[in-house]
Ligand binder design. Structure first.
Ligand code: HEC
Length: 92
């Protein structure tokens, strides 16, 4: 599915090569098992979920993983009816 398949975005190829970066999406409730979060990503997603539950603003998170890697996370909130055509119904 091109719309949601990040591997199909040409701009990501350019950024991947130019910045030696990897892009992925992760979720606590997945469509694709390959999008499972790492332990660090899971903690951030759980924090986002709890902020969402208390109507707090969700901000990007940057974490230094080690001397070689920086994790930069930006939230995608699944509240658009267009998305839910494929991603399910609110509350279920
Ligand atoms: C036509 C069906 C369809 C629509 C509409 C759609 N998605 Fe997806 N989405 C998918 C499929 C299929 C995957 C798994 C694809 C993959 O990982 O290559 C996916 C994966 C994702 C993922 C990665 C986590 C996961 O569940 O695997 C996120 C985040 C996501 N979509 C967000 C959105 C958002 C936000 C919208 C609306 C702006 C949206 N999607 C609309 C089909 C859809």
């Amino acid at each position: 599915m091109r719309f949601c398949n990040v591997a199909s975005y040409p701009i990501l190829d350019t950024l991947t090569t130019g910045l030696d970066a990897e892009f992925k999406r992760a979720s606590l409730r997945l469509r694709n098992p390959q999008d499972a979060p790492t332990d660090t990503e899971r903690k951030i997603l759980e924090q986002y979920q709890s902020q969402l539950n208390s109507s707090e603003e969700l901000l990007p998170v940057v974490e230094v993983l080690d001397e070689q890697q920086i994790l930069n996370v930006k939230p995608i909130v699944m509240n658009n009816p267009l998305c839910l055509n494929c991603h399910g119904t609110v509350g279920t």
